[in-house]
Design a protein around this ligand. Sequence first.
Ligand SMILES: [Zn+2]
Length: 155
Amino acid sequence: MPSAIIPGIHDANLADGALRIEAEPWAAMVAHARRAYPNECCGAMLGTTGDDAKLVREALPLENAFEGAQAARYALRPEDLLAAGRAARERGMELIGIYHSHPDCDAYFSQTDLKNSWPWRSFVVLSIRGGEFHHANSWLPNAERTEAAKEELSY
Ligand SMILES: [Zn+2]
């Protein structure tokens, strides 16, 4: 997705640290991923940034708009992303990142995921095996989107 549509993209506060997800949004993300199985789900994570951690306080499920087999791909509509950014600002929060699920796959960050990401946001991948949550990782793409570092994730 074009990075230009996401304001504050070079906000250094978002560039490092750990990601913590509150119980309620975490439960919503897992429920969404299980509901979408065997397809991929996707959504926005809204929250706040502190000195050394980002806190996700709300999960906003979005529609997987990929027009093909959704078992291995997801796509976000730019207008849905803009709406998520607006919703965050209205609540005094920020768009911390995006989550999506990997049905019957590990929570790695694929080349496609990297290509469709934007720098310095958290991309949480939930591995769903047989319809049940298995594990999750959070990834932080670099400025050139040539690689994504795994960041500390707690929920
Ligand atoms: Zn993926």
